[in-house]
Design a protein around this ligand. Structure first.
Ligand SMILES: C[S@@+](CC[C@H](N)C(=O)[O-])C[C@H]1O[C@@H](n2cnc3c(N)ncnc32)[C@H](O)[C@@H]1O
Length: 989
């Protein structure tokens, strides 16, 4: 690490260079920079001049000589005081403290205490860039083009700095303890194992040490900050704390025990043996002392009621770690929106089953208070807290919510915050064990609290943990029978938060969650959709188009439900699907959602779009994302009488996956393998194995370089001919099998033997004069291909099945833009392709034309399922229900136009966007029968952007409808029936 002198010399050089290069940001005329300027009581490290007058003083002081390896703390009162005094004496209006990594700028004339001073903090990655930034930022402050950091942000930065520095001291303490204290080492390793981090530890001890000390430093910091807050608050009189007693973990414990005794707040001061076991180094003591002094003057109350503690936590605990716990803290507009829709009466009891840092309960606190005040009911701090319950599996976040809730009102004492540390799936309403659960509340009296049997409102942001990452000991399916739910086994964890919460909710009570929006579209959501339909009135699904969380990984939606036993009322509920394109404005959204609307309308304007459906028409099997995303043209077509489901005009649909070999590497051979084995032509036809083989829309054997081992017909014929191959050939086959068995280890089970039939047919191949194919099968047996699960199950391990002819091919999944090739001769299909055989082959060009037009591509994107890796999958039920144009409903001219347009595009390269004009003509031809010809360009754009956003795994930006039919500001009919009269005035928004 460089010396103090080097640090400011480097900054000086780059500042001077920028000034020499004529850098004059915001019209501020920088004239010079000087290194080491003599001031009456010492030397200022760097002085920057404007119009030849001192303007900015930078102090790059380092720590005491006793510990030269540490950076200075840019917030250290000593350093700030020194820099401020130089600037004052020189008459420079700004000064900054700087340690090579961080820099904080202050105003010289604001002679306030440190924590109250305006400041602006920077992290420095590259000094040359920072030199310019510094000049530009200070000039911006001077010309009012740059603002000082908001006070809470400055406070968080200050705490973040403290945390970083304390953590680095704790790392030293940790290393020392691990080296000198075997008992401690054992405890530490046990803790690592308990976290499930043993593997991580093996990979990188340093990373685990780092995470551990980050948490230790964080916990101690919380304790100190909270202590100071209480000290300043009227309702409390905490005993005094001496720095010396904090140094040693033992005496520190005694201090916190005393605090707990006197003022409760068990959640914060509770013993956490392993985290509390690091002594404070000398430097750490200095840091703590400085922080305590600064906090003397700081009023945490002034930070407003927001989730400051959550912000601090987000800033400090590494993102990856938070992700593992599914911890993302919910932004205020979301908590406010959900809470205000769900908590509706001043007496409501409220539960957040995954409370995190308590964002939702904070919003509920405000909402209950408002509701009470509006009715002139008393609203005491503890009274409000008594109506709220929170659960979190993790001590950290639960700790934060207890803190946040207590901070809501520091003028009254908090005795209990109703937050418990438990796995939500381990508790039941009124459960006995609940009373024993470790409390993160603040009661010190030993009293326990119960979640009542039922609450009126459930709100929250359940963790997003994928099905295969759900911890083994989380019993998320245990409640299924009790609530009559049957969720698919591959559901992600948030689905179970819906069902389990239902146990806790009063009839008529509401539930509002923000979760991943996967359940709306993906197969596993069917069970959940069914459950919601049978237990709730589904009031609204709101989808913020913009990501609402920092670091958010999955697209989300907000669901608002009302528990209702009455099936008629449920069926008659008009569900609102709202896509919000702008920043969430809770009030506006609530207004729209709380107004009555008729069912089956689609309304759009710049900021949002709204589609409504009667709950009874919401089919759990279908993708509800369509109501959010599908453009109005989709609905016009989807409901049109000239459309049909693919299954009604085809037979034998989807059977293509039947060509399952069980050993693709053996049954498919490329040209090189064919050269090596030289299998007789009769048994090695060309095959269509996967969609990647197709370049054009028409395909035949000439286009393929892949062969397929096809022995089914031979085998059947040979067997029925009653021929009998010579016994020496049969023995040869058996010897090959024995050779394979000999390769097995003693403890491996002997696989089932080749059947007599198989031996006969194999030997028959040689006898009939097909030695090449025979050799290939012998090799297969020696390699044990015949013992594979699927092969062993078949009549002949080497013969898959008869190969039906096919006309149209549909991909099971595709990464690029979707397309549907046609085969001009029968070919075996690989198991990533489906067969589509139309009842009437004459319709093939029309159907292929529709499917390969941009309309077909749009339907593929909206009817298929997006899966990880940017692919779109078409499941077999989706293929069967695929909407296509119905040739029977078209005039001859209409059919002919589509056929001709398709003829023009079928040879273009499907991977290139070739011939857009010809494609557009196909689109027009397909749209003409619906009177939508002029929408061709728009649909092309939508299909392209749907596909692009899916490939990039980004959310699809639904284009705002322009004017005209179904356009902006107009209401469109979603039902396919006649327009409904008397629409409730949506245009008021
Ligand atoms: C997305 S965060 C909630 C954020 C919170 N609503 C807020 O705004 O602060 C999800 C929380 O669920 C917790 N969690 C994960 N699994 C849980 C379980 N089985 N029971 C209860 N809480 C759980 C995590 O510890 C995390 O704090």
């Amino acid at each position: 690490m460089s010396h103090e002198a080097d640090i400011h010399a480097e900054l000086y050089r780059h500042v001077q260079n920028a000034i020499d290069d004529g850098f004059r940001p915001h019209g501020v005329n920088y004239t010079n920079a000087t290194n080491e300027v003599n001031v009456s009581n010492g030397y200022a490290d760097l002085v920057v001049e404007v119009d030849n007058e001192p303007f900015l003083v930078v102090e790059a002081k380092r720590d005491p000589v006793s510990n030269p390896s540490r950076d200075i703390n840019p917030y250290s009162p000593e350093v700030v005081e020194q820099a401020s005094s130089y600037a004052f004496k020189l008459g420079a209006p700004y000064f900054a403290t700087y340690n090579g990594k961080r820099c904080v700028v202050y105003n010289t004339w604001e002679r306030k205490r440190l924590m109250e001073r305006k400041s602006r903090a920077y992290k420095v990655d590259s000094v040359p860039e920072f030199a310019q930034d510094l000049l530009s930022e200070v000039a911006g402050l001077e010309s009012n083009n740059v603002d000082w950091d908001p006070s809470d942000e400055a406070f968080i930065t200050r705490l973040d700095t403290f945390h970083t520095r304390l953590q680095s001291e704790f790392l030293d303490s940790l290393h020392q303890r691990l080296t000198n204290d075997e008992d401690f080492e054992k405890k530490y390793l046990r803790w690592v194992a308990d976290q499930g981090w043993s593997e991580r530890f093996d990979e990188s001890e340093a990373r685990v040490h780092n995470d551990f000390t980050a948490q230790s430093a964080y916990l101690l910091m919380n304790k100190l900050v909270f202590y100071k807050t209480l000290e300043n608050a009227d309702a409390y009189e905490p005993p005094e704390i001496e720095l010396e007693s904090l140094v040693d973990p033992g005496t520190r414990r005694a201090v916190f025990d005393e605090l707990m005794d006197k003022i409760d707040f068990e959640a914060i001061y509770e013993q956490d043996e392993i985290f509390d076991s690091l002594p404070l180094t000398n430097t750490a003591q200095l840091e703590v002392q400085e922080l305590l002094t600064e906090l003397d003057d700081y009023d945490l109350d002034q930070l407003g009621g927001g989730d400051v503690i959550g912000d601090i936590y987000e800033g400090i605990i590494p993102e990856e770690e938070r992700h593992e716990l599914g911890q993302y803290y919910t932004p205020e507009p979301v908590t406010e929106l959900i809470t205000n829709l769900v908590v509706r009466s001043p007496d409501d009891t409220v539960l957040d089953p995954s409370v995190g840092s308590g964002g939702f309960l904070l919003a509920a606190y405000d909402q209950l208070k408002r509701l009470k005040e509006a009715m002139s009911l008393p609203a005491t701090h503890q009274g409000l807290l008594n109506q709220m319950y929170g659960v979190d599996i993790n001590r950290f976040p639960a700790h934060l919510s207890a803190l946040n809730l207590a901070l809501k009102d520091l003028s009254s004492e908090t005795t209990d915050t109703g937050v418990i540390v438990e796995d939500f799936f381990n508790i039941r309403p009124g459960d006995e064990r609940l009373a024993e659960a470790e409390s993160a509340g603040t009661e010190g009296s030993g009293e326990t609290f119960d979640i009542p049997r039922k609450v009126n409102a459930i709100i929250g942001n359940p963790p997003y943990i994928e099905n295969d990452e759900i911890a083994e000991d989380v019993n998320c399916r245990g409640h299924m029978d009790r609530v009559g739910a049957d969720l698919n086994r591959d559901s992600d964890i948030y689905s179970y938060f819906f069902t389990h919460s239902t146990e806790f909710l009063e009839e008529g009570g509401r539930l509002g969650f923000i979760t991943s929006n996967k359940w709306l579209a993906i197969r596993y959501g069917v069970g959940l959709k069914q459950f919601l339909r049978e237990n709730y009135r589904i009031k609204a699904v709101v989808k913020p188009q913009k990501r609402v969380f920092k670091g958010q990984l999955v697209p989300t939606c907000i669901t608002i439900l009302e528990k209702d036993k009455n099936p008629t009322r449920r069926d008659e509920t008009v569900t609102k699907f709202m896509l919000v394109r702008e920043r969430l404005n809770p009030e506006k959204i609530i207004n729209i959602l709380e107004t009555d609307h008729d069912a089956d309308i689609l309304y759009e304007e710049d900021g949002f779009r709204l589609a409504t459906k009667k709950q009874r028409d919401l089919d759990p099997e279908q993708k509800w994302t369509r109501y959010l995303f599908a453009p109005s043209e989709f609905w016009t077509l989807y409901n049109h009488s000239k459309m049909a489901k693919l299954k009604t005009i085809s037979e034998d649909i989807g059977r293509g996956i039947g060509d399952t070999t069980g050993a693709d590497h053996y049954f498919y051979l490329d040209e090189e393998e064919m050269e090596e084995w030289n299998i007789e032509d009769r048994f090695s036809p060309k095959a269509a194995k996967s969609i990647t083989q197709f370049d054009g829309l028409e395909f035949n054997s000439q286009d393929s370089e892949i062969h397929y081992l096809d022995l089914y017909n031979f085998a059947e014929d040979y067997l029925h001919s009653d021929k009998s191959p010579p016994s020496e050939y049969r023995e040869e086959v058996q010897r090959a099998e024995q050779e394979y068995i000999n390769t097995l280890d003693d403890d491996e089970e002997t696989p089932p033997h080749l059947s007599e039939t198989e031996i006969t047919v194999m030997a028959g191949l040689k006898d009939e004069g097909y030695p090449r194919t025979y050799e290939y099968l012998i090799w297969g047996v020696k390699e044990g291909v015949h013992t594979g699960k699927q092969c062993a199950r078949r009549k002949y391990w080497f013969a898959v099945d008869d190969i039906p002819t096919t006309q149209l091919v549909a991909p099971k999944n595709i990464r690029g833009r979707p397309f549907f090739p046609t085969l001009t001769e029968p070919m075996p299909l690989g198991n990533t392709l489906y067969r589509v055989n139309l009842k009437n082959d004459e319709y093939r060009p029309v159907i292929a034309g529709f499917l390969n037009s941009n309309v077909g591509k749009m339907f593929f994107e909206l009817q298929g399922t997006s899966v990880r890796g940017g692919l779109v999958e078409l499941r077999s039920y989706e293929l069967k229900d695929f909407s296509v144009i119905d040739p029977d409903e078209l005039t001859n001219d209409e059919q002919q136009r589509i056929e001709e347009a398709f003829e023009e595009v079928k040879n273009v390269d499907v991977h290139e966007d070739e011939a857009p004009e010809k494609m557009l003509e196909l689109d027009r031809a397909v749209l003409a029968p619906f009177g939508l010809e002029e929408k061709a360009e728009k649909i092309m754009e939508i299909a392209t952007s749907l596909s692009q956003s899916r490939q990039l795994e980004q959310e699809f930006e639904v284009p705002v409808a322009s004017d005209g039919e179904g356009g902006q500001g107009q209401i469109q009919d979603l039902s396919g029936s006649e327009r409904i009269d008397g629409q409730v005035g949506l245009d008021q928004y």
